[in-house]
Design a protein around this ligand. Structure first.
Ligand SMILES: [Zn+2]
Length: 364
């Protein structure tokens, strides 16, 4: 009897449903996989099947209790116990942990579209043929709804200081480490160090309040992350992160804005600066200031990341650099280099504020 109860407990949380997906390397015919399990609305594909489609090989290592994939970067490893993909000494965070379901180790669509695509160096087509939308747990949809209900609107300030307050979100925190470099240096730490330095600059030089979403090493809910940006006097919101790539050559700062604001920029006629979204204007000033202080900027891109929220509050997500590039990692850990970035960000914010002031004065 006791045995039966345990068996039930083992099977209950699976609540899986049969599904099928099509996967293809770009330019090749899609392959249909039917040994797919839906869990919490996410499709789980056996890692061996996915590797087969994209032309990679791998095997289960029962001693290490991990699955090893042969790649041009060396052995890549995933394990049901870890939320990371490990290559050499580097760890790359995964959106979902791999899971053992029905005797096979399985990965999600996110793993196939992101990590596997990077490992093959080619983009991958993925289509879920039977998305099981009934089985998405309550808390997940609620979280998203709440996030989208949180409209971050630009506040109108006719007179007064150029910028009244700035909100900064140092990404990750607590158990959510973000990227972990080969030295053990964690993205969450870099984000916080730069956020605190930038907050100090803004407070000292502009004399305005700066709201941080966290001031220590702890995890935040989505609501807690967005709270500072929703304050009445906040005119700018910056999100700080760092990246990792499998190739150690990638380096430099990358800036992201909301996709809907990017569409507005595409519609705006070329050269007509005044029609650009405020987030784009802010990102442009930040990029200019960083380049002027000899820091490489890879570009300004739209990002559909939910972390950016929704609305028209001038918002830029700043990827400070690549922790997977040994030289850049060393720089990013260096206080002087951090200060150099902070000075440039400060200069960019100041320039943006000056321009928006001129814009308002010009209209009046
Ligand atoms: Zn991050």
């Amino acid at each position: 009897m006791r045995f039966l109860i345990i068996m039930c407990c083992l099977f209950l949380p699976l609540h899986s449903a049969f599904a099928a997906v099509d996967i293809a390397l770009r330019g090749k015919d899609p392959v249909r996989l039917e040994d797919v399990y839906q869990q919490d609305g996410i499709p789980y594909v056996a890692i061996e099947d996915a590797l087969d489609v994209v032309g990679l090989t791998g095997h289960w290592n029962s001693i290490q209790h991990s699955f090893r994939i042969k790649t041009k970067y060396g052995w890549a490893e995933i394990s049901p116990a870890s939320g990371f993909l490990k290559i050499a000494d580097d760890y790359y965070p995964l959106k979902e942990k791999p899971r053992f379901i029905d005797g096979r180790l399985r990965v999600t669509d996110s793993f196939i579209l992101n990590q596997l695509a990077q490992l093959t160096g080619r983009s991958i087509y993925f289509r879920n043929l039977a998305p099981d939308t009934d089985n998405v747990p309550e808390k997940q949809s609620n979280g998203l709804e709440k996030l989208f209900a949180f409209l971050l609107n630009k506040k109108v300030s006719e007179s007064g200081p150029l910028i009244r307050a700035v909100a900064i979100d140092p990404g990750h925190g607590g158990l959510d480490t973000g990227v972990i470099a080969s030295t053990g240096y964690k993205e969450k730490q870099l984000n916080l160090e730069v956020a605190e330095k930038l907050a100090k600059q803004l407070k000292m030089k502009l004399g305005i309040p700066v709201y941080l979403s966290r001031d220590g090493d702890y995890e935040l809910t989505i609501e807690q992350r967005l709270q500072p940006a929703a304050k009445d006097d906040v005119d700018i919101w910056l999100l700080l992160h760092a990246q990792a790539a499998f190739s150690s050559e990638h380096h430099g700062v990358t800036l992201f804005i909301r996709p809907e604001e990017n569409r507005q920029n595409v519609v705006a006629k070329e050269g007509a600066e005044e029609n650009l979204s405020d987030s784009m204007l802010l990102a442009k000033e930040l990029a200019l200031a960083l380049r002027e202080s000899a820091i490489e900027v890879r570009g300004i891109y739209p990002s559909s990341r939910l972390s950016l929220g929704r609305g028209n509050l001038p918002t830029v997500q700043i990827e400070l650099g690549f922790l997977s590039n040994p030289e850049e990692l060393q720089q990013l850990q260096n206080r002087d280099y951090q200060q150099q970035i902070v000075q440039a960000l400060y200069a960019g914010i100041r320039q943006y504020a000056k321009q928006s002031k001129e814009k308002i004065d010009g209209v009046n």
